[in-house]
Design a protein around this ligand. Structure first.
Ligand SMILES: Cc1ncc(COP(=O)(O)O)c(C=O)c1O
Length: 368
């Protein structure tokens, strides 16, 4: 079986985690927390990094820091992982879905403007599958309407937009370190920002909202959203080769493009002045129905190749039921992700690609 994703855990990771275990600092204090926070903030070109338990709570924390609550609206793309919408509900606010663009599969500034109301308090662009959202346009909309901007960069560590790293182009950026992400801590996440006040408030709320002056005194509701020193040890080791891990993922896309030779397909977006990271190799089957796309996934599985359909649109999920967004719906129905992790060799990508070519051709031939 060729997995869709697989973490790369080396000797350094094992050494650092062992050291953390031996130090006795197994919970949320210990040297690896500071080391990882400093190195991840440097990597994102931001002043501050606040490590948290996962990418979902990183987003929720960002909303809490901004005091987003019941009666407020937050705009996010219809095509994203469900957590981006769920956190808005967790904060008691209302998610408002906007469409993505054909060109980059990210939040469409034109549709965002249409969805703004006096209740809109934040916009959450998602750097989907590693491709940065149009941050300049979204920044100027946010500034014009006095709305906060939070980047969901869970899938895009290291991607750049006009030379700027994702995560640092908004009020706060959030990341995931889940096992299938570019670097992993098992479960884990981070909030990055250039604002001392926002980082300080995030640290306060991450730790149950405990007063800094008076231990065990809680002036307001907070959360336990902390990452452990053990997880930070793993993440800090991963940071030592994050650039290599990204380069290896990007190389996979080059090989896939070389060996998948069928027509009527669209690859991961690529726009000028933008350097995405190939978190997941994407293939959109332009002439396929969603049933045919699902058939392809099933047939790949029979050949020992694990693949995934694109995310279902948020508007199609039972708890969100909203007007469907046409571009999101089309991509969601026809896209799939192929195996993408640094352990894959050119030979394996060639095998996956040739099998994919064969299965796509078979499905097309079966129509006539
Ligand atoms: C776009 C997006 N946002 C948020 C998350 C949530 O991250 P986590 O799984 O670490 O909670 C993910 C994770 O898969 C994601 O892909």
């Amino acid at each position: 079986m060729i997995n869709i994703s697989k973490p790369v855990i080396g000797k350094l990771e094992v050494d650092y985690v062992s050291k953390a275990v031996e130090s006795g600092w197994v919970s949320s204090q210990g040297e690896y927390i500071q080391l990882f926070e400093k190195s991840f903030a440097d990597f994102c070109d931001t002043k501050y990094c606040v490590l948290v338990a996962n990418g979902t709570v990183a987003l929720h924390l960002a909303l809490e820091v901004l005091n987003i609550k019941e009666g407020d609206e937050v705009i996010l793309p219809d095509l994203t992982f469900v957590a981006t919408a769920n956190v808005v509900c967790m904060a008691g606010a209302t998610p408002v879905l906007a469409d993505v663009r054909e060109s980059d599969w990210c939040l469409d500034p034109v549709d965002v403007i249409k969805k703004i109301t006096p209740k809109t308090k934040a916009i959450i662009p998602v750097h989907l599958y590693g491709h940065p959202a149009p941050m300049d346009e979204l920044r100027s909309i946010a500034d014009q309407y006095g709305i906060a901007l939070i980047e969901d960069a869970a899938e895009a560590h290291g991607a750049t937009y006009n030379g700027k790293k994702v995560g640092g182009m908004s009020d706060m950026g959030t990341f995931s370190f889940f096992g299938n992400k570019i670097i992993t801590t098992g479960e884990g996440g981070a909030l990055v920002t250039n604002s001392f006040e926002l980082a300080d408030r995030a640290r306060f709320l991450r730790d149950h909202g405990m007063s800094r002056e008076k231990r065990y005194w809680y002036p307001e509701l907070g959360y336990n959203y902390r990452l452990t020193n053990l997880q930070a040890a793993l993440g800090y080791a991963q940071m030592s080769r994050i650039e290599t891990l990204i380069a290896q993922r990007n190389q996979l896309l080059i090989w896939y493009k070389k060996y998948i030779t069928v027509d009527k397909i669209t690859w991961n977006p690529s726009l000028t002045k933008i350097e995405p990271v190939n978190w997941m190799t994407c293939l959109v089957m332009n002439d396929f129905t969603s049933e045919e796309r699902d058939q392809l996934i099933e047939n790949l599985m029979k050949e020992g190749i694990d693949s995934r359909p694109f995310f279902y649109t948020v508007s199609s999920l039972p708890m969100y039921q909203q007007e469907p967004c046409p571009v999101s719906a089309k991509l969601s129905a026809s896209g799939l992700n192929l195996p993408t992790h640094p352990g894959l060799t050119e030979e394996t990508i060639r095998f996956i690609s040739e099998t994919t070519n064969k299965l796509i051709t078979q499905i097309r031939q079966a129509r006539s």
